[in-house]
Design a protein around this ligand. Structure first.
Ligand code: URP
Ligand code: ZN
Ligand code: ZN
Length: 462
């Protein structure tokens, strides 16, 4: 199969130019002006942007959590991602306490096999790291699982102590892998939560009110200090507040390899959105929680100044009916997470580029190039270049649509962004040389997505 994309405006993290692009089999093979090469399919991209497919490095598909399982599996989740212009994602395998990382890897490979419609990688969540099993981390790196997530929150479930984090970081300092931190002070939050419950405060809003921004700032500071002592880089996931942002900025000013991502929910939603009647606020119960609105401007400034390098989704959907409802009488029982895998590029384009907060190049950098570099996928993914995988999106900057549960493709019964009007959308999505979305129709097949063995963290590039 060959595809010729004509007359498009090509946008990468660094460049912005008009060219034709020729795709042969699964790779971009020629870029030039007025190419005259026979192709099985010709796409006219006049007045459209031609961008590298989005890379979402934080998703939870088919994930057991809070007594239930996230409602998108690798089939529905990757399909929804493709509709939004994302052609590669990195999901999280979870090592169950007392088991080996390889067991978790096998479980997550099985979840994805025969289902994934786009390429995917895996991070490994470490819940348990006895010295005798430290070499499991090297084993994972050999398998292309070159990043590890550790939790400073969720005591008794996923949280590990500082010594474990330090040990893991010391190991990544040797292998070149990357530790990703869920940074919130879990023990202090737990004490605040217990007090709230004792006072009868059980509504969803108390999930947010019992997780102060200071608890995030403190944990980010500690994670960075641990990484400095270990001589390893650190990547803070789902950063939500100015307190945390300031700690990352301080570390980067000192020249430390500290990196961080934020997610659309923190850029576009705030505590003001937790005012719905009844139990509705459970739809935006995730961790870290929504913050006061003023944090949003700080996060946008962080994206502008490169204090934040990546926008991911932390897509972790649970249906309102029967799943979120598990916490109807007690906010601590609401499964944490929200759906967003489909809307990352759209929201960042509309709220970022259209609102003149970021440039077109920065949009591509935050959503594709930088995550690909950070997680060892570049230049296979994350750019438009000869030799790169033909993961290409034709983006219509003028297409107007409204985000809604009635039109999205995620397997979840509500939208976090219901009614939000957006200008800009993926018109055609090509994954490894195959058109998988065209004019709102999906033409990919389940199981066509490949597991990608990733390289290690690329070094202090950002
Ligand atoms: O609420 C969230 N974020 N759920 C997913 C698990 C995590 O901490 O990333
Ligand atoms: Zn997390
Ligand atoms: Zn997450």
């Amino acid at each position: 199969m060959s595809i010729l994309i004509k007359n498009g405006r090509v946008i990468t993290a660094e460049q912005d130019y008009y060219a034709d692009i020729y795709i042969s089999k699964d790779k971009i093979t020629t870029i030039g002006n007025e190419l005259k090469i026979d192709a099985d399919k010709v796409i006219d991209a006049k007045n459209k942007y031609v961008i590298p497919g989005g890379v979402d490095v934080h998703t939870h598909l088919d994930m057991p959590f809070g007594g239930t399982t996230s409602s998108d599996d690798f089939e529905s989740g990757t399909r929804a991602a493709a509709f939004g212009g994302t052609t590669c994602l990195i999901d999280f395998a979870i090592q169950a306490k007392g088991t080996r990382m390889r067991d978790a890897l096998d479980i997550w490979w099985k979840k994805a096999q025969g289902k994934a419609t786009i390429d995917y990688g895996l991070h490994m969540i470490i819940t348990d790291l006895p010295d005798a099993h430290l070499e499991d981390m090297s084993d994972m790196v050999r398998e292309g699982v070159t990043s590890f997530k550790l939790f400073m929150a969720y005591p008794g479930v996923l949280m590990v102590d500082d010594a474990t984090i330090f040990k893991a970081m010391k190991h990544t300092a040797k292998t070149g892998a990357l530790v990703c931190m869920h940074a919130e002070n879990g023990n202090v939050i737990d004490a605040i939560v217990q007090q709230a419950l004792a006072e009868g405060k059980k509504a969803p809003i108390y999930h947010a009110l019992t997780r102060p921004t200071t608890a995030e700032g403190e944990a980010v500071n500690r994670a960075i200090a641990l990484s400095e002592m270990a001589g390893a880089p650190v990547y803070i996931v789902h950063l939500s507040s100015n307190d945390a942002l300031e700690k990352v900025a301080e570390a980067r000013d000192k020249g430390l390899p500290a990196y961080a991502e934020t997610c659309p929910q923190y850029l576009f939603l705030s505590l003001d959105d937790m005012n719905k009647p009844g139990f509705e606020d459970a739809k935006v119960v995730f961790t870290p929680p929504l913050r006061e609105k003023w944090h949003q401007d700080k996060l946008w400034a962080g994206l502008q100044k490169n204090t934040l390098q990546v926008v991911s989704t932390d897509h972790c959907p649970f249906c309102f009916k029967e799943q979120k409802e598990l916490g109807k009488d007690d906010f601590t029982k609401i499964p944490n997470g929200g759906p967003g895998i489909e809307h990352r590029l759209q929201l960042l384009f509309d709220g970022g580029v259209n609102e003149k907060r970021i440039s077109l190049n920065r949009w591509v950098e935050l959503s594709s190039a930088a995550p690909a570099k950070m997680f060892g996928l570049y230049p296979k993914k994350g750019t438009i270049a000869v030799g790169s995988d033909a993961d290409v999106v034709i983006w219509d900057p003028k297409f107007e649509h409204t985000l809604s549960v009635h039109s999205h493709h995620m397997h979840v019964d509500y939208s976090m962004f219901e009614g939000r009007k957006i200008k800009g959308n993926a018109e055609t999505v090509i994954s490894r040389g195959e058109v998988i979305v065209e004019k709102s129709k999906f033409s990919g097949t389940s199981g066509r997505g490949n597991f990608i063995k990733r390289n290690t963290y690329a070094g202090a590039w950002g």
